[in-house]
Design a protein around this ligand. Structure first.
Ligand code: PRP
Length: 209
């Protein structure tokens, strides 16, 4: 049985759809309810819904053999897993944003609010800029408006959250999309099943494009 951690939410539903089209169906997953684990012994697959930011933990520790996680989570937590495949969905970018008209005074330490402290630290270390990280858990866009920070580092998808809060992108750090990841031991010992899934996913991708 292959254990698959899916990110709960809209992205996860898209991902399940791709897996189903790849031949790993589990119809009970579509029933409404609060159940989190679903299996289809015939297809040899067990799915479970987890918080998107937790998928990599399940996979790293082997509770899941494979899973789907955003590149943002992989860059932030740097889990010890194999990144197998870009699913080309859940596309957005990690960006620096600030109030319209913001000018960086490089003589001062830059105050940066973010959920992604590791990505932020790496980005500013690479360009040699001194920063003070303010770690928040959500609604990051409020920070520069209230003067809590100078800029934010956050995910931008449509750009509407920034727009509606009078902020603008001043720099793009990295493009983001959903990735298929595998536990390192599972990749060795369940290679047949994992390869079948990868082949199926590659085919469904070609059909969709
Ligand atoms: C994410 C992100 C931005 C927003 C970007 O927030 O942190 O706030 O989506 O999307 P947009 O460019 O399409 O507007 P999320 O919904 O995950 O909430 P949170 O960060 O406030 O927890």
């Amino acid at each position: 049985m292959l254990n698959v951690a899916l990110p709960k939410g809209r992205l996860g539903e898209k991902v399940y759809d791709m897996f189903a089209r790849a031949g790993f169906e589990c119809p009970s997953i579509l029933e409404k309810g609060r159940k989190l684990i679903f299996e289809n012994p015939e297809a040899g697959v067990r799915y479970f819904w987890v918080k998107p930011s937790d998928v990599a933990i399940y996979v790293e520790r082997g509770a899941a053999d494979i899973g789907v996680a955003g590149k943002d989570i992989l860059l932030e937590y740097e889990p010890d897993v194999y990144e197998l495949f870009d699913l080309d969905i859940g596309k957005c970018r990690m960006a620096v944003a600030a109030k319209k008209g913001f000018r960086d005074n490089t003589e001062r330490t830059l105050k940066v609010a973010t959920k992604f402290s590791n990505i932020t630290r790496n980005h500013y270390a690479a360009i040699g800029r001194d920063i003070d990280i303010i770690h928040l858990n959500g609604s990051i866009e409020i920070a520069p408006i209230l003067g809590l920070s100078d800029v934010i580092v956050d995910i931008v998808e449509t750009g509407s959250t920034l727009k509606e809060n009078d902020l603008e992108v001043i720099d793009t750090i990295v493009p983001i999309s959903a990735r298929l990841i595998a536990n390192k031991a599972s990749f060795k010992f369940k290679s047949d099943a994992i390869e079948r899934i990868m082949a199926g996913l590659e085919n469904t991708e070609k059909v969709t494009k």
